[in-house]
Design a protein around this ligand. Sequence first.
Ligand SMILES: Nc1ncnc2c1ncn2[C@@H]1O[C@H](COP(=O)(O)OP(=O)(O)O)[C@@H](O)[C@H]1O
Ligand SMILES: O=P(O)(O)OC[C@H]1O[C@H](OP(=O)(O)OP(=O)(O)O)[C@H](O)[C@@H]1O
Length: 193
Amino acid sequence: MQGAASGRQGPLIAVVGPSGVGKDTLLARARAALSDRPEVLFVRRSITRPASGDAEEHVPITAEAFDEAERSGRFAYCWRAHGLGYGLPASLTGHLAAGRPAVINGSRKVLAGMKERFPTLSVIQIAAAPEVLAARLAARGRESADEIAARIARAEEPLPIAPICVIDNSGELDQAAEALVAAILELAAPASR
Ligand SMILES: Nc1ncnc2c1ncn2[C@@H]1O[C@H](COP(=O)(O)OP(=O)(O)O)[C@@H](O)[C@H]1O
Ligand SMILES: O=P(O)(O)OC[C@H]1O[C@H](OP(=O)(O)OP(=O)(O)O)[C@H](O)[C@@H]1O
């Protein structure tokens, strides 16, 4: 509780990168690897998408319920992308206020606004070659061909905030997962020491 005593917010760690790069798969690995560090919160997002059995176990929410939750301030933060709404639970605010670290799957395009809201935000970027992304999205089978094309078109968008590191997930999942765990631990350390 050192962070709470000193008034310092815990680190908020956003893992970002284009669709298909492996964010959710890597986050699931990292969460399992850090199960002995319960103070590191892996945030469960509300998304206006039905549960799909993919690597992210999000909370499905209707568009109407999302709008209402946004209006009444029941998200710590929320955004829209790819025609969907994404919300972070209000409980995140208290977790950070207690000086504890949290990890989210973030959107590249809202990083600047998120940094204003959460000054302790750090960014970890995941990268992979565009042809790898296209193959993975097709194999994942969650989006239509048109939706996949739109997501690939956004693959090269620049980040509004410089990442503290870039992890290449074009190859072996194990290697990239190890790098992500190391990066999270380094960022999480000051608040949990
Ligand atoms: N290093 C990897 N090697 C092979 N397949 C991977 C790797 N990383 C992720 N995948 C697969 O690629 C697809 C997209 O991964 P996902 O975690 O859903 O990406 P994102 O959350 O960034 O869209 C999934 O089917 C996943 O199993
Ligand atoms: O602005 P962007 O960086 O493109 O990101 C937009 C949104 O898309 C991703 O989520 P989603 O679960 O819909 O997609 P993904 O798993 O294919 O990345 C990501 O986590 C963001 O919430």
